[in-house]
Design a binder for this molecule. Sequence first.
Ligand code: FES
Length: 616
Amino acid sequence: VRPAPPVSSPPALARLDLQPLGRRISVGAGSTVLAAAQSAGAGIIAICGGSGKCGTCRVRLVRGTLTPPTDAEVSVLGAGALADGMRLACQARLAGDAEVDVPAGSVSAPQRLALEGEGVAVVLDPAVEAVDVRLVSPGPGDLRSDAARLLDELADRRHDDVAAALEVLRSLPPRLRNQGWAGRAVVSRPVRGAPELRALLPPGATPLGLAIDLGTTKVAAYLVSLESGEVLGRSGTMNPQIALGEDVLSRIARANSSATSAARLQAGAASSIDSLAVELCGRTRCPPDRIVDAVVVGNTAMHHLLTGLPVRQLGEAPHVPAASAALEVLASELGLQRLGSASCYLPPVIAGFVGADHVAMLLACGMAETRATMLALDIGTNTEISLVHRGRLRSCSTASGPAFEGAHIGEGMRAAPGAIEHVRYLDGRFSVQTIGDLAPIGLCGSGVLDAVAEARRAGALTERGSLARDHRLVSSTPDGPACVLVEGKNAGHGRDIVLRRADVNEIQLAKGAIRAGIDVLLADAGLAAGDLDEVVVAGAFGTYLDLDSAMAIGMLPRLPHGAYRQVGNGAGQGAVQLLLSRRQRVLAQQLAREANYVELTVRRDFADRFVKAMHL
Ligand code: FES
């Protein structure tokens, strides 16, 4: 490997913009992008330590000047990726100011929060509007009620026929008097139907929105200014429903067992939203009653459990939702005590296992209006997949199991400090990168995926997923053969960290299910993988998986890196957009109505494709 060439007569300083991390730094020209990023505290994965061998430090040059590609870049990246602007951060040196894009897969775990919030831009057009009002106080000659006084004022300002819910009417008298008969009347702007008075805020107060991604495991919340569109704060918590069932099916069974259990599941979801609202408002010093609109997205089971819709039919074939259209209700109807009279919008669902969270993700990545042929995956215990081609949307859902969350894997763990997040086979041995650069103690999802891909590349695994017993990296253990990734002397807990046949099998099942789902959708549209213009991968695991590994084991189709976009929490981004844009709500309805749901279990070709896709 030839070292990166020095720059001749470089200017003293060069500016480097690292996007979307939002870091802008001045460094000595001639520094490698990796060294410059590290000096700014931006963690880029660099398993081989900067020798140009591992390919984990990929970045894309957006504008500016870097030194010409080194031999190492040509050999690791190939001409196609280089032509696409892809570079190795450890090899490319600054030859002037430059802006580079750091793909999610190249970012080390502690930096990942910074990447949240990516998505297509929307025009600010929220579902509520704040109208400044100043009222004449009542007197002997004017005995109108408080509500009539306010609604008359709104009518004078061209907001006719505004209705007000009992909950809002209750709050008006003290507010009007405390605020000296002035304030900001928040009026809804429905796409259809009459506008409603949502709240009367103090003069000058900013109306806020709360976007919630109600996941089976985690709940994420975003507090948003409805006037500027700015995300003021974000937070997350575990879904307390976990105490009543680990996964969707066990929670459905629990809800079916008794009305009390169903009520506990509903209350658990509502309380997690309430506590996130309180936390975010406390952190941003905004009173919770400034929240006037909320959007909740979740899979169909979470949607039904929160809204109190029956779930029995979701758990039984053919798994149909109780209701699929968008819902708009008062937050208090969902038991959201901290959001009072705020309205709560729940986008439509597509099917029993393709929920409103997937609809939100599709909106966030621009799938609703694209002319391109695009595939989008949200990888989790259940993976939702959608394909749009010539404006026609096809969606399916496939059971991919918990292996990518580190579950059912011998040495598996969640993506926490000490977890191996990346593995590379270099110079005849495995090198690993851990979260937080700590001594390794286990494998998280992206680490297991890498381990399987790299063990296969090293020849320690056969195409069928068996361990090659005579391979020098495979040892005999009392539990059978195992591929040693990290020797005990280098591990945080002193034991070997190994990959076993059973682990490989879990990954084969998961990736086989995902790939078979992709292939069925492509076949249904009469397409081959090479016809795809773009592939969007969302979800916690999907965003940080190594694309090379995923392509190497056949989980994702082999396409140029530039065709892939890893987007973070697409559902959360979509929920924020649904708060900010009425148009997104119209598009959501359109998407769900026009989606063609493909039920994989009744497709005769699914089983064959699944078996084929299990091979490594
Ligand atoms: S750190 Fe750049 S190729 Fe390994």
